[in-house]
Design a binder for this molecule. Structure first.
Ligand code: DGY
Length: 424
């Protein structure tokens, strides 16, 4: 049974494999996405190590001179996606978007290095990626935490990957829409519009892109110039975990500078995460940096925090919060609190379950010794696959598949859940 699922997952990954990079799914997302590729490489490693390293290398071949790794690489033309390279206008030789995405690469490469059977290849290829990932981490803290708080802000909802989370609603309502050039959305031609962000949200997404483009994509300016600066515990947790794991990888490869710098960043991040903890809600919350206020929105970002090496008592509290969510819904982990009137069970990040998030939370909880909740999340993830196939995301109430189909990172996470034993 497990082998059948693994074979099916490999088929999905092969279907979306374009040789040196993998698309998330044909049609809806026809290019290379940053965090999709990193999580995909973890799954690929179980089938073809050389191909998995190539996935990471292709992504880092497009790192910007300032250290940023963009969220989309437009390897070839495809007018089935909006906004395309002409809207971003970043002026890169191979066009890219101008914002970034969750920094999962450090975690992914460290894990690939640990697991790879071809040790010589792993050492050689990880050693080349190491300084590039370290440069990206430095970029984050320099450009997205200019006041040195220990936590970075996203300046566009697309950076978080959780595009239309309830977390952003209030801050996003301050983003204007005047001067947005008329556009034709493409996503709603590939996926049910009821599963996607709204038109009003898209207008604000595009306003921010136009605003940053007018500033010449200069990352020395963008953070302070953005009316949207959100400190997301989930996003920071991924970066912190990647810094910590990159430190371990650097030790193994003998790079003491990267090792100590990475640990320094991770320690500062873990300490600063305390400012986002809510005793009242038993989870972490976002900070709206422009308003200087904590955001009262109970999303999965505050639970994804468990992916970082947070204190054990915090991980235990997050585990108990997830157990409570389990009594309110059929499948863990909903991307938003089902008790909130803003919960929307099939609409992208306003309710649905995502396997990549489940994987990261489950992994973090297992490391913190919270094995029962970690295992429950894993089991729910595999039940969803059995019920609804390799969808982009799933309704937490009844497991309805939603968004795109035959989705690469969903398949990669299934392989990870079944083959890798979650690092235990
Ligand atoms: C999209 O187009 O839906 C993406 O999430 C933006 O990266």
């Amino acid at each position: 049974m497990n082998q059948t699922l693994i074979d099916e997952a490999f088929e999905v990954m092969k279907l979306n494999d374009l040789g040196t990079y993998t698309v998330p799914t044909h049609g809806l997302y026809p290019f290379q996405w940053n965090w999709d590729s990193c999580l995909t490489a973890l799954g690929q490693l179980h089938r073809d190590e050389d191909r998995a390293w190539t996935e990471m290398e292709t992504l880092f071949d497009h790192q910007w001179d300032d250290g940023m790794v963009p969220h989309i690489i437009f390897h070839k033309e495809d007018d089935g996606y909006f906004p395309g390279p002409d809207v971003w206008a970043t002026g890169r030789p191979v066009p890219t978007s101008g914002i970034t995405q969750p920094a999962v690469a450090g975690f992914a490469v460290a894990r690939m290095f640990e697991r790879a059977k071809d040790r010589a290849m792993a050492s050689a290829r990880a050693a080349k990626l190491l300084p590039k990932i370290a440069r990206w981490h430095d970029w984050f803290y320099r450009c997205r935490d200019p006041r040195g708080t220990g936590l970075v802000a996203i300046i566009h909802p697309w950076e978080s990957g959780r595009d239309n989370s309830v977390d952003w609603d209030e801050a996003f309502s301050r983003v204007p829409t005047d001067g947005v050039a008329p556009f034709q959305r493409r996503d709603t031609q590939h996926a049910d519009p009821e599963h996607r962000p709204t038109q009003a949200q898209y207008e604000r997404y595009i306003w921010l892109v136009q605003h940053f483009r007018a500033l010449g994509w200069d990352n020395g300016k963008l953070h302070d110039a953005s009316p949207f600066q959100l400190v997301d515990p989930g996003f920071n947790a991924i970066l912190i975990r990647s810094c910590a794991d990159l430190g371990g990888l650097a030790d193994a490869l003998g790079d003491t500078d990267v090792a100590s710098r990475s640990r320094e960043l991770a320690d500062a991040g873990v300490a600063a995460m305390e400012t986002l903890w809510s005793d009242r809600h038993n989870q972490y919350l976002c900070l709206d940096r422009v308003a200087g206020e904590i955001v009262e929105s109970l999303s999965v970002g505050g639970l994804l925090a468990a992916f970082a090496p947070i204190p054990k008592h915090r991980a235990a509290a997050v585990a108990s919060r997830i157990k409570q969510l389990g009594s309110q819904t059929g499948y863990l982990v909903p991307s938003h609190d089902p008790g909130d009137p803003r919960f929307d069970h099939l609409r992208y990040w306003r309710g649905p379950v995502w396997l990549i998030v489940n994987y990261m939370i489950s992994d973090g909880l297992a490391r913190a010794g919270q094995h029962d909740v970690s295992e429950a999340i894993r089991n729910h993830s595999l039940e969803l696959i059995g019920l609804s196939g390799f969808a982009e995301y799933y309704g937490p109430v009844d497991g309805t598949p939603a968004g795109g189909a035959t989705f690469t990172w969903t398949a990669a996470m299934v392989v990870e859940f079944l083959k890798a034993g979650q690092g235990r």
